[in-house]
Design a protein around this ligand. Sequence first.
Ligand SMILES: [Fe+2]
Ligand SMILES: [Fe+2]
Length: 264
Amino acid sequence: MRIAHLSDFHFTKLTLNPLRLFPKRFFGHINWCIRRRKEFNHQQLSDLPDFFRMLKVDWILFGGDFTSSSLTEEFKLARNWVDQMPVPWIAVPGNHDFYTRGSARRFYKYFDPLRIQPIGNNWWVVPIDTSCTNPIRSARGLFSNQAELKKQLSEINGNVILLNHYPFFQQESVDRNLQGGEKLEELIREHPNVKLYLHGHTHRHSMVDLQEDNLPIILDSGSCSLKKGSWNLIDLTTASCNITPYFWENGWTTKETKEFLWKR
Ligand SMILES: [Fe+2]
Ligand SMILES: [Fe+2]
């Protein structure tokens, strides 16, 4: 079973319409023009559908932040790109996809409601939505549906990949944290069938094996459209999980595959 995990695409369109601009998008647009525009290159996303076809990927898991400020035009760009994918995919929203109160449910106009998805070989993907609308300069998430997730995880008689936008552990900035992250961590500890926890949001690639601490292997894909972008190719076998990180260096390149044996 071969899976591609990628996140934080941040398709961007700017608007000059004051009704759509104020108050939060105004600051978001300034941030994009001054800082973020230099950091992203969306051209590198266009190679990926063919690349996934060549790699014979079975499933694609998208970790959210498809847009910068949840504008309709940004969702259209994102969905047009996602529609080019050669295999089935599952997508969760990120905080940038719930950017303003007025656009809070727009993500679900362009993407299907989340549901548990069997992906074969006794593996299940459980996508969770922990994104919410935030005040200006805040990018927090909220995990509040503990009972529902507990029921879902208890009912699955198989291996689980939990797909979320946010990491459940606390970050250096309170304004970027997942509120209720400790409850999510507790729930994951109670359910050893959760083998992999996939997230984005930080824009920093990482791979951490916490099985010795009764937690899953945790993978942060990083941001796919950053100029130093990244994503992960994940090969699942009965004995191990093999991760091949890809980084953008004038093309998608990789240096090594890391093997993690299942222990939990
Ligand atoms: Fe992001
Ligand atoms: Fe985010």
